[in-house]
Design a protein around this ligand. Structure first.
Ligand SMILES: [Zn+2]
Length: 319
């Protein structure tokens, strides 16, 4: 008369509740009256059916939240994606937290790198999107000709619009490819906006904003990116911590090189001439009509004269 599945479910429930099923069975077995034992077994069966019928809801309400979310929210970062080391990132632990900071310079965002030398890192964002899919050929040609290393923060939308150019850049040792997000969203576990652009609204969205582009670049180039800069360079500190948990350092700048590619070439040049050892300059490589290329072309010889060397961020200790 026992259904094995029902029996297993009931045993699980009893275990969880600390009910001594053995003692209960012993009582059933020792019962002389067939009627009483039969009745008890019927009650048991009905109870099991009820338990199964509402088990999903009951268990969700009653069980520990960690346990409940284990299969739902946790995501495994596949082994090949982050430093060849499989690990679990508990997204729920980030979801439950309330961010206290919002902006470009929140806790754990890096703006410079440590160096004893007169070194500066030029970084160029490729933002993608309706007005952001351009390619500043003059700029890249100059960097190649002068052998100026540069770190390129590339958004997935730009990659998909400029795939062959992207692959060329990614295979050149002169350039370091890093992550400028998937949808170019400011990074938050809790929503908000920067410069009129809506931020991600949950830990899940933060994960997708970073890791979807990570996967795209990995598939196209085999490269593992480990530096992230969000669209607009805005974050909350919980989202930055989540990026860190995914194996990423978050990198902004200490030199606003072209102010979203709105500066004139003179403004770009003057901004770059403020460099100090360990400076990270934020510029753009996706706005060929801007003053960025010309400003860089003018600033580079002056910086060289002052003894500056241009370096990639790779291998640098960020601060
Ligand atoms: Zn951007």
């Amino acid at each position: 008369m026992y259904n094995k599945e029902l029996d297993a479910s009931f045993r699980g429930y009893c275990d969880a509740k600390g009910i001594d099923l053995v003692a209960y069975n012993r009582e059933l077995d020792s019962s002389n009256g067939w009627g009483l034992s039969w009745m008890k077994r019927m009650y048991l069966l009905i109870f099991c059916l009820l338990l199964l019928g509402c088990s999903e809801q009951t268990i969700k309400v009653a069980s520990d939240v960690h346990e409940m979310n284990r299969h739902v929210i946790h995501k495994e970062v596949p082994q090949h994606e982050v430093d060849s080391e499989a690990f679990f990132v508990d997204l729920t632990s980030f979801e439950r937290r309330e961010p206290m900071e919002w902006g470009e310079n929140v806790t754990a965002v890096k703006n410079q790198f440590q160096t004893e030398e007169k070194e500066i890192a030029l970084t160029f964002d490729a933002c993608g999107g309706e007005y952001g899919n351009g390619y500043d050929e003059e700029l890249i040609h100059f960097l190649r000709t002068e052998k100026i290393p540069a770190t390129l923060f590339v958004n997935e939308r730009w990659i998909l619009e400029n795939e062959s150019i992207f692959i060329d850049l990614a295979t050149e040792p002169l350039f370091q490819i890093e992550n400028h997000g998937t949808n170019h969203s400011p990074l938050s576990v809790d929503g908000g906006e920067a410069w009129g652009i809506a931020a991600t609204e949950s830990a899940e969205e933060v994960y997708a904003e970073i890791m979807d582009n990570h996967k795209t670049v990995q598939e196209l180039t085999g490269k593992e990116m480990s530096l992230f800069r969000s669209g607009t360079a805005y974050y909350d500190e919980v989202a930055v911590e989540l990026a860190n948990a995914l194996g990423y350092e978050v990198v902004n700048y200490d030199i606003l090189g072209d102010a979203g590619a709105t500066y004139s070439s003179n403004q770009v040049r003057d901004a770059l001439l403020n460099a100090e050892p360990g400076s990270i300059a934020l510029l753009h490589m996706n706005q060929p009509a801007s003053g960025t290329a010309q400003g860089v072309i003018e600033a580079v010889p002056s910086l060289k004269e002052r003894g500056f060397e241009f370096v990639l961020l790779e291998g640098k200790k960020l601060e």
